[in-house]
Design a protein around this ligand. Structure first.
Ligand SMILES: Cc1ncc(COP(=O)(O)O)c(C=O)c1O
Length: 445
């Protein structure tokens, strides 16, 4: 692919020059995506409607996907490691899910009543995920977190929410780089991820004011930093003592083990939120947890919370999600693809070490993130010390080598991603390291 792209002549070029050269080769190879991007800006600000899909010099337009591969408007094929930021767990063309979706479409999309999928799906989720005794469906991970946080505040009669710096829980729950002016106007208080002592102290200080602690058991958007089990256990203990609720945002991390990450750690939060792949390719969100809490949403109960949402039980998410979860994501499939992710992370770290490059691949199982900083990393602060131009270069160079990964260095595997793709990716990564050795940071002795 990209046969017509000029070759790289690095010499002693600066990082800026090398990045500009890579972007120039990318631009030359993708005229149709560039044209579509320019046209799109007439109605969409920046030609974009989802911030994370925008990157420089311009995002590729993808036109189709098959298995773990995607094709762009200029006809290039890529191995897909974006995997829709983890929602694409099943790959692009799972036949079993596609058949279920077709059947659902044929039988009517908008029935305006309970359908035959949602209760079975709820039961399957309750059966598999230990902390979920009852569950409600909604439309996105953001919505799931809003519902869990709002329920925690309403039930506790308390206001404050403890969250973690650089965490991400949705478009209006964004705590990276100092947070977003669009965030929900909840009184948030922040702690540092994996800082047991500091966080427990804060929970004790907030005591009667604290409604809930919200945490991802592995920070996904924050760089794929796994939480230490002892840290999560301390949060469980401290929130119980303070009478506050513990919310595990497993929108991304539930894919990391058959029984989700809370199942691996044997720690049951009060609420668990879900999303992404659990819609089987359609939009999805869910919040579940302790029966006594989620039962407040029973419309027949005297003090019920009303929970609206036109598409809460939409047929596509329910049929696709249920079928994928119960028929495709078997215990063996989950174990295999997460083990493959562990191998990929180990092989990338070994390659960085072999080339003497200061970098680390963080993560667990099928989710990982490359960072050009020294490891190990337990909390997001050191990640800021990485030069963002290095990941930008890596991203464009991996695209030019036929691998579609997230610009921030994140990679998510899908079930069809096999050993052949893994070997090819590692070869391309090694080639990137060797090609750019002169401008990549060296390990300190
Ligand atoms: C941990 C986490 N929580 C919540 C969300 C928000 O989910 P959605 O994009 O479906 O609103 C995301 C999305 O990336 C996420 O990674």
């Amino acid at each position: 692919m990209f046969d017509d792209a000029p070759s790289v002549h690095l010499g002693n070029a600066s990082l800026d020059a090398v990045l500009a050269d890579a972007r120039q080769r990318f631009t030359a190879a993708n005229p149709r995506s560039l044209e579509r991007h320019r046209d799109a800006a007439r109605a969409l600000p920046g030609g974009n409607t989802r911030a994370v899909l925008w990157y420089r010099p311009f995002p590729l337009t993808l036109v189709s996907g098959d298995g773990c591969r995607v094709t762009d408007l200029d006809g290039h094929d890529y191995v897909d490691l974006v995997s829709e930021y983890s929602a694409g767990l099943y790959g692009h063309s799972d036949r079993t899910i596609a058949a279920a979706l077709k059947e659902a479409i044929d039988q009517g999309l908008l029935l305006g009543a309970p359908n035959r999928y949602e209760a079975r799906y709820a039961e399957a989720l309750v059966e598999r995920f230990p902390a979920i005794e009852r569950i409600r469906f909604c439309n996105s991970g953001t919505e799931a977190n809003i519902m869990a946080l709002s329920a925690a505040r309403a039930i506790s009669g308390r206001s404050k929410i403890l969250a973690f710096r650089e965490g991400y829980h949705g478009g209006v729950l964004t705590f990276a780089h100092g947070g977003s002016p669009l965030n929900l106007p909840f009184p948030f208080v922040f702690a540092d991820y994996n800082d047991t002592e500091g966080t427990v102290r804060l929970i004790e200080e907030l005591a009667d004011d604290l409604a809930a602690v919200i945490i991802e058991p592995m920070m996904g958007g924050g760089g794929c930093i796994p939480a230490n089990r002892s840290f999560l256990a301390a949060l469980r203990e401290a929130t119980t003592k303070a009478g506050a609720y513990l919310i595990f945002d497993e929108v991304m991390t539930s894919r990391l083990a058959y029984r989700a990450l809370h199942g691996v750690h044997g720690i049951n939060p009060d609420f668990v939120t879900l999303g992404k792949y659990l819609g089987g390719g359609a939009s999805f969100g869910a919040f579940g947890g302790r029966a006594d809490l989620i039962d407040r949403f029973d419309p027949a109960s005297p003090n019920a919370f009303s929970h609206g949402g036109t598409f809460n039980n939409n047929i596509l998410s329910m049929a696709g999600g249920f079928t994928g979860f119960t028929q495709v994501l078997t215990e063996q499939a989950s174990a295999d693809f997460n083990a493959r992710g562990d191998r990929m992370r180990e092989r990338m770290n070994a390659a960085l070490e072999a080339h003497d490059i200061e970098g680390v691949v963080l993560g667990r199982g099928s989710l990982m993130n490359l960072h050009f900083v020294a490891g190990p990393v337990e909390t997001p602060a050191p990640l800021d010390r990485g030069d963002p131009r290095l990941l930008a270069l890596w991203h464009v160079e991996m695209l030019l080598r036929g691998f579609h990964a997230a610009p921030r260095g994140m990679m998510a595997l899908s079930l069809p991603y096999g050993n052949a793709e893994l070997d090819a990716f590692i070869a391309a990564f090694e080639d990137f390291l060797a090609t750019h050795k002169s401008i990549l940071p060296r390990r300190k002795a």
